[in-house]
Design a protein around this ligand. Structure first.
Ligand code: ATP
Ligand code: MG
Length: 309
């Protein structure tokens, strides 16, 4: 039986962070054997925020290298740049004829972007979901894994994917927002420690087994993801008994998180020095992806009547 097709993308908007890792990449890695996976760097999507042209290439190569350093195997999946598949913008154009203004204007992420960048409400932002549809349909994917920060939920390999909040408690960790409260896979030990020591806490619970505020829950989640279970248990009991010292907890978390990120950072740095290799990975990935894209775009052309010769 042929494997089910999965598509997912990460925008080339900056450094990858713990949210991308635990919310998306870890899920990709679990899927890479059981599914026919197409994972891409969404470089066209990142143009909606008008990045500096001189940053784009490094950002694309960074996304690729940090994915591989996290454990994604380009031999098992098609790992490619969106802009290497001309079939995607072609399908996007076709789909745009069936995408209606009224609906596009109602998309919550569009409304958010209008608030965030009122001076740059470009048509690419409005039709962003149409480009996403093209990314998916170009391979006729049946499953689309996304992180928990994206609603509606579509598909996750299992239910233990998570949403990582930013350390100041104001939103989620992100490539392009909350930069000082986001831990990046490229952060050195010292930066990680500094960021964690500055994470938002409070005076501590005043009654036993109190409900945790979001920002404390997030620290426990990060600890659960990077520390030994017995360490998490110690702090959880301390919380429940109202004698937790957040300073100590953060120190421990900083150490464990730094140890967790270190090998990924080092591997990614190593890969980034070998541009030749990254280029080859992208070229091979594009070749694999174009096999399915060219078949499906031919079918789409036929379906809408572009079938002249
Ligand atoms: P940007 O700020 O440019 O939107 P981003 O950090 O939100 O960047 P995306 O490229 O939009 O990253 O998303 C890549 C993947 O990572 C998506 O599957 C998304 O759901 C997931 N993801 C992003 N941030 C988080 C987070 N804080 N927690 C869990 N998953 C996340
Ligand atoms: Mg995002």
């Amino acid at each position: 039986m042929s494997k089910e097709i999965v598509v997912s993308g990460i925008r080339s908007t900056g450094h990858l962070h713990l949210g991308n890792y635990f919310g998306a990449i870890q899920n990709y890695i679990k899927m890479q054997d059981a599914y026919n996976c197409y994972f891409f760097v969404a470089d066209y999507h990142s143009l909606t925020t008008h990045p500096d042209p001189k940053d784009l290439k490094a950002n694309v190569f960074r996304v690729v290298s940090e994915n591989i350093a996290s454990g994604l195997d380009p031999e098992k999946v098609a790992l490619y740049a969106q802009s290497d598949l001309p079939e995607i913008p072609e399908l996007y154009l076709m789909l745009n004829m069936n995408a209606y203004m009224g609906e596009l204007e109602k998309v919550p992420t569009f409304k958010d972007k209008v608030r965030q960048q009122p001076d740059n409400v470009n048509a690419g932002l409005l039709t962003y979901p149409v480009l996403m549809a093209a990314d998916i349909l170009i391979h006729r994917a049946v499953k689309v894994p996304v992180g928990k920060d994206q609603e509606p939920e579509v598909f996750r390999f299992n239910n233990d994917t998570v949403k990582i909040m930013s350390l100041d408690g104001t939103g989620k960790m992100s490539k392009s927002e909350n930069i000082n409260a986001t831990i990046y896979l490229s952060d050195d030990d010292d930066t990680i420690k500094k960021k964690i020591m500055k994470a938002k806490t409070d005076a501590g619970p005043t009654e036993a087994n109190a409900v945790m505020p979001d920002y404390i829950q997030n620290l426990f989640l990060l600890m659960h993801l990077s520390s030994k279970p017995e360490i998490v248990d110690i702090y959880r009991s301390a919380y429940n008994n109202c004698n937790i010292r957040y300073g100590d907890m953060k120190k421990q978390l900083a150490e464990d998180m730094a140890a967790f990120v270190r090998p990924i950072r080092e591997h990614a740095t190593e890969l980034q020095k070998d541009e030749q290799k990254l280029r080859k990975i992208l070229k091979d990935g594009a070749e694999k992806a174009r096999e399915s894209a060219s078949k499906n775009i031919a079918e789409a052309r036929k379906l809408i009547g572009i079938n002249y010769y």
